[in-house]
Write a protein of this length. Structure first.
Length: 60
């Protein structure tokens, strides 16, 4: 699913700014523009970390 999310991010960056030019550029979008593969790796890593934290809370 990550490749779909990445492509939606690219599409949004290229098209939604026409409707809302005040969208803030954060570090994530800059990384996406520079290196799609690295952006994908970071998103997947952050997801794994959040999932592990959530599982630790659930399992107490």
């Amino acid at each position: 699913m990550t490749p779909i999310i990445v492509e939606l991010g690219i599409w949004s960056d290229n098209h939604l700014r026409d409707f809302n030019p005040t969208i803030v550029n954060e570090g994530g979008i800059e990384l996406l523009r520079r290196d799609k593969a690295e952006f994908t790796r970071v998103v997947e890593q952050q997801y794994r970390e959040k999932l592990a934290t959530t599982m630790n809370i659930i399992n107490g």
